[in-house]
Design a binder for this molecule. Sequence first.
Ligand code: NAD
Ligand code: TYD
Length: 330
Amino acid sequence: MTLLVTGGAGFIGSNFIRYWLEKYPEDDIINLDALTYAGNLASLKDVEQSSRYSFIQGNILDADLVGDLVEKADKIVHFAAESHNDRAILDPGIFIETNIKGTFTLLEAAKKYNKHFHHISTDEVFGHLELGTDDAFSETTPYAPRSPYSASKAGSDHIVRAYHETYGLPITITNCSNNFGPYQHPEKFIPRMITDIIDGGTVKIYGDGLYVRDWLYVLDHCRAIDAVLSKGKNGETYLVGGMTSDVSNKDIALKVLEIMGVSEDKIAYVADRPGHDRRYAVDWTKIHNELGWQPEHSFEEWLKETVAWYQNHESWWRPLKERAESIYTK
Ligand code: NAD
Ligand code: TYD
C-alpha cells in the first residue's frame, strides 16, 4: 500500500511516518509538505534514505500537484495544517486558506480518484468544558469552536463529512487531544517550557494557569490512526485522548521544573490568551470498544522522556526556537 501523508514534516506527521515505515515493511509513503515554519526535514533524517519513502515539497492548495499524488496513493492521511492557536489569533487568514481550502483541494482529488481520506482533527472543535466537572467530549458532542484555529479545523471536518454523505467518498476522521513528545515545535507549551528552562529563562504561564488539556503521547496518537486506518468503519469519527485527568498547565510547569531540578520561582505568569479555552477532556470509549485502542504511555513517565529528548536534541530545536520567539506575548 502507498500512503500519501500531508504535513509529514511536522510534529505528528513525522512521528507517524517513522512509526508506519517501521511497522509496515511492505508499505510506501509519499510525504507532501510545504515546509512552512513548522515543517522540518531534520525530523525525518533517519528515514530519508529509505527506498519506501519519498518527499515532495509542495502546497496542499496546488490542485494539479495534489491530483498527481493522490492518483498514485491508495489512501491519504491528512495532517497538513496551520496548528498553533497563538498564531491564529495574530493572523487567522492563513488558517482559513490551509485548513479549509487546503482540505477542500485534497478532497476534490480524493473524490476524482475515489481514494480513502483520513482526516486528522482536534478536540478543540467542540469548544471548551468547565473546570471541576466530569464532562468530556465524545463523538456526539455538538461542534462549538471558539478560536480561529479550532473554527478552521471544524470547517474542514464538516467538509470531509459532507464529501462522504454527498459523494460517497470513503473517509474517516480522528479528533484528538493535545499531543506531546519528540519533534514538537518549541512554540508549543511543553517544548517551549523545557527549552526556556534549558536556556535559564522563565516558564511562561498564560493567565491563572488553571487551564486543562488531555495530554496524549504522540506515539499513542499514531497507534490510534493506525487502528482507524486498519479497522475503522467508513464514514466514522473517533475521538482520541490520553491518560491524564485534569492536570492544569501550572501543575505541568511544576512537574517539569521538578524533573529538571529548577526552583518554582522560575514560573512567570504572563498575559492570558484571548478566548483561551478553559478545559478539554476526551472520552475515548468508542475507539476502545470498537477498535481495541487505548493509550499506553503514561503522562508522568513520558513527560520525563520528553524532557530528556529535548535535553539531548538541542541542535534540532535551537534554530526553530530562534525563529519562533518573536510571536509570543512576553
Ligand atoms: P505542525 O504545525 O507541527 O505541522 C504541520 C505541517 O503541515 C508542517 O510540516 C507544515 O510545513 C505543513 N503544512 C502547513 N501548511 C501546509 C500546506 N499549505 N501545504 C502542505 N503542507 C503544509 O502540526 P502538528 O502538531 O503535527 O499537527 C498535525 C495535525 O494534527 C494538524 O492537522 C493539527 O490540526 C492536528 N492536531 C494536532 C494536535 C497537537 O497537539 N499537535 C492536536 C490535535 C490535532
Ligand atoms: P498549546 O501548546 O499552544 O496548545 P493548545 O492551544 O492547542 O491547547 O497550549 C497548551 C496550553 O498551554 C494552553 O492552555 C495554553 C497554555 N500555554 C501557556 O500557558 N504558556 C505558553 O507559553 C504556551 C505556548 C501555552
